[in-house]
Design a protein around this ligand. Structure first.
Ligand SMILES: C[S@@+](CC[C@H](N)C(=O)[O-])C[C@H]1O[C@@H](n2cnc3c(N)ncnc32)[C@H](O)[C@@H]1O
Length: 513
């Protein structure tokens, strides 16, 4: 039973907090002393109690200050009372009583971080309620008579009412038993299934996958940490193609600490896009978000011979529908003199945050969430997949017609408008359906996703190919789902990728039909 140890720093003796608003004990909570158990009385019902064990100070370094115990009591009418005594004073002299909800939140986040296996709905409140439920069920099991005198577990003692630290939960037995039948039927189908690391060691960090419904097949795909050419894409990375003006060969160490920004800052107006902490600068991020969410007419470019339209109808293509101009980040790279740890190399260093793939509950399939708080402007991951020509993608779509696609390919069209005519092998896109990285699990959210995709130039100065990196658009808290706006036009019925019925839940959802 974790609460006696895990919340020890946050609950002080003499603290009274109610976890459930269902609690309706007539008396003030009874006091609990370590080593004591109590027999209290609520609303005339006898409570029977069980004493939780005190923390074993020698068992864990983490628990060395813990001097706590848990008492659980239930009455014949189904009320359950849990009293938690945490002697925080042992650790902290000037202890201030924290808000109880923040303690629960802290504990939930801690569980997410350490075990990575809790469900999206995991909450300490539910855990306590489950505990009460099991307790009452156990009582019922041992003595099913309606007027049972309640089961006695452990020793009992009258307790000192002045120094109580307790929170209370109360449930009606009948409701619990009804709920139990429902839950048991569900539980038979449910068993949490998980994978420890979907990347199979390919990333700097492990990325777990968890399916608490226990019903889904694990996704079938090949995990690749970097983009890979499928077949015809024309892509040459060579040092010779990077001109001296496109790199900073005379730099050393960290370009961000230099007084004058190096040549690689040219893309962002002579200033780096990143802060020394590796976050996107606020004004750069704001400009990207504005262009994305409220594009002006001049943010669109129109190609003469649009590869997208040509792949739909080679002989009689429609005119170009326009491509959104994008702000680019240019990172230092191999021809540059700086160190790999240079502050202008963020995306190329790969994923560093703690992520988890999980089964969503809105019919969106798998989704991605963060297991840690992320500050606004944090790099999360790149969209990695096979590099296909537009024609190849079109053919792939025809071949797989009817098969429910669970990915959404991205077109690398940020610079298509600057060239009059684009050769087929230069009109590229990324498809993560069969091979991709963790970004293939990021679901769509209309307009206000907490991620934005930003083009990043690394190995090649031409813009047919670039990296697509996801950054947070705001502070994101641990366990939040990560989402981005795929930019889908839900009314475009001849788009090569069939749009899904959107259940993003955004107030700005565009799938209004
Ligand atoms: C890039 S994948 C995201 C991962 C996917 N959910 C999965 O299970 O593998 C895109 C697919 O997820 C589903 N999806 C993403 N966002 C959605 C949304 N807002 N509403 C409904 N389905 C969504 C659609 O099936 C879409 O084709």
């Amino acid at each position: 039973m974790p609460p006696n140890c895990h919340t020890r720093e946050h609950i002080k003796t003499k603290t009274k907090e109610s976890v459930s608003d269902k609690a309706d004990f007539a008396e003030p909570p009874a006091a609990v002393h370590p080593g004591n158990v109590f027999q209290g009385s609520t609303n005339g019902n006898n409570l029977v109690t069980r004493r939780g064990s005190q923390c074993d100070a020698s068992s864990s370094k983490d628990r060395r200050y813990c001097n706590s115990n848990v008492l659980i009591a239930s009455s014949a009418s189904g009320e359950v009372k849990i009293s938690l005594n945490c002697d925080s004073a042992v650790r902290c002299q000037n202890f201030k009583v924290p808000d109880f909800n923040s303690i629960l939140k802290y504990l939930e986040d801690k569980y997410l971080r350490t075990h990575k296996l809790v469900t999206p709905e995991f909450s300490m409140k539910t855990l306590f309620e489950d505990l009460c439920e099991c307790y009452v069920q156990a009582v019922q099991l041992h003595d099913p008579l309606p007027n049972n005198k309640a089961m006695r577990i452990g020793n009992s003692n009258v307790v000192d009412k002045k120094s109580s630290s307790s929170f209370r939960l109360s449930h009606s037995c009948n409701n619990l038993l009804k709920a139990k039948h429902k839950a048991t039927a569900c539980d038979q189908k449910r068993s949490v299934r998980s994978l420890n690391d979907i990347t199979k060691g390919a990333e700097n960090v492990k990325i777990s996958l968890v399916d608490e419904t226990g019903k889904e097949d694990f996704p079938k795909f090949i995990y690749i940490p970097q983009n890979i050419i499928y077949q015809n894409a024309y892509l040459i990375f060579s040092l010779a193609r990077i001109a001296d003006v496109d790199c900073c060969s005379s730099c050393s160490g960290d370009c961000l600490s230099s007084r004058i920004p190096c040549a690689c800052a040219r893309e962002t107006g002579g200033e780096f896009a990143y802060t020394p902490k590796g976050l996107l600068k606020d004004d750069f991020l704001t400009a990207c978000v504005c262009m994305r969410r409220a594009p002006k007419k001049d943010h669109f470019v129109y190609c003469q011979d649009c590869p997208l339209e040509k792949s739909k109808n080679e002989y009689l293509p429609e005119p170009c529908k326009g491509h959104l101009l994008r702000k680019f980040i240019k990172e230092c790279w191999r021809k540059c003199g700086c160190h790999m740890t240079c502050g202008n190399r963020v995306v190329q260093r790969g994923i560093t945050c703690n992520l988890q793939v999980f089964m969503t509950h809105q019919g969106k399939g798998w989704g991605l969430r963060t297991l840690q708080d992320l500050a606004k402007g944090s790099f999360v991951c790149e969209y990695v997949g096979e590099i296909l020509t537009n024609t190849e993608l079109y053919e792939r779509n025809i071949q797989n017609r009817g098969i429910n696609r669970h990915t959404y390919p991205v077109t690398l069209d940020a610079d298509w408008g600057s060239e009059k005519v684009l050769r087929d092998e230069e009109a590229l896109c990324l498809d993560a359906t069969f091979s991709g990285n963790v970004a293939r699990f990021i679901n769509h959210r209309c307009h206000d996703g907490n991620l934005i995709d930003i083009p990043v130039e690394v190995e090649t100065p031409d813009r047919h190919y670039y990296h697509l990196a996801f950054f947070t658009t705001r502070d994101v808290t641990a366990s939040e789902e990560l989402t981005w706006d795929y930019g889908i036009d839900f009314d475009d019925h001849d788009h090569p990728i069939k749009a899904f019925r959107c259940s993003c839940g955004s107030a700005y959802c565009r799938d209004i039909n």
